[in-house]
Design a protein around this ligand. Sequence first.
Ligand code: FES
Ligand SMILES: [Fe+2]
Length: 393
Amino acid sequence: MSLAASLPNAARSLSEPSDMFSPDHYTAVRRPLAEAETLPAWCYTSERFYQREVERIFMKVWNFLGRADRIPNPGDYFTLEFAGIPLIIARGDDGNVRAFANSCRHRGSLVALGEGSCRAFKCPYHSWAFGLDGRLLSAPSMEQTLNFDKADYGLTEIRLESWGGFIFVNFDRDAPDLLTFLGDLPQRLASYNYEEMVCVRRVEYELTCNWKIYVENAMEAYHVPYVHKSTLQRQKGPTAQPIETEGEWVGLFKEHTGSRALLAGETGFPPIPSLSGPAAVGTHYPLIYPSTMFGATIDCMWWLELHPIAADRTKLIVGSAFPKEVVARPDFEEVVTRYYRRWDISIPEDNEISDLQQRGLSSPFYREGRFSHLEPLVHAIDNWVLDRVLDPA
Ligand code: FES
Ligand SMILES: [Fe+2]
């Protein structure tokens, strides 16, 4: 007898139905918040569900990859693997940042590793060399190969666009452009002047949870008094509220005084001088779908960038950026440690609770739960995912 068959009905949610993309399984998630149930466990544990998300979500949207100032000079590059796809991000001699599939056009080896600066990418296998613009520059011992034109064997370019100094890639040639995808986000965040910021730190974490668990956590304040009871909870102010948005994003806004990037009682840098409207009196916490969260506060910004790896594995990158003039201050290195302290405490608190959630819901005895009125965006995110991955009714 299979495990699922031996369990009572209430304990079957982990067993994957063969028709897991049928809308019939999700009618309870589709109800209004106060009547809805959470996603079935297989949405967080099943490799099949995860692969469908890669195909229908991550291969279609603008995926956030941090700031262009990570590679400030021509020849600077970094590599990464995003949802299983090896990529090179490089700044060309013309100053433009481009993305390429990191797969040699000869027999497919990775061409570049790690990060650094170079004049050309030389494949470690048979030494084909590619320019910073992806063109195949040289290929030894290919002169007897018939009809071989180097112009046909450049690295495959992936769409890359930027906004506010942030770079995004899209694997879908037919997707609408980045600004269409972002809707009113650039305008709503315009007064933070992100163009004029510099990234001062990037920290990477390996999470043992599904990417949605981390996104859901970031977009609800319900857990703050409990998970962050001796840290963020001591920052004063009303609970963060969802805001109206247009485009592929949602967001919370919290009104308060002081910076949200500091622990209670700490003082830091002055507010960004250009702030106007709500930005001047609080903090925005946007989620750019599917998996990029910003803390947009009065003196700096931080981002949470997720790279999905498997159903239960995700890479988290936490970046921090401050206005250029602030970074140039003689006391910057000393004062910024107060901000680092806040992130180095609060982020591991969220990482740890996300791990506990993944472990708990992976039990065959976990069954779908219900939402609080404090979790409207968790419900919205789950439905956004279902809108994209389910089969038609
Ligand atoms: S695989 Fe790259 S040169 Fe042969
Ligand atoms: Fe949190």
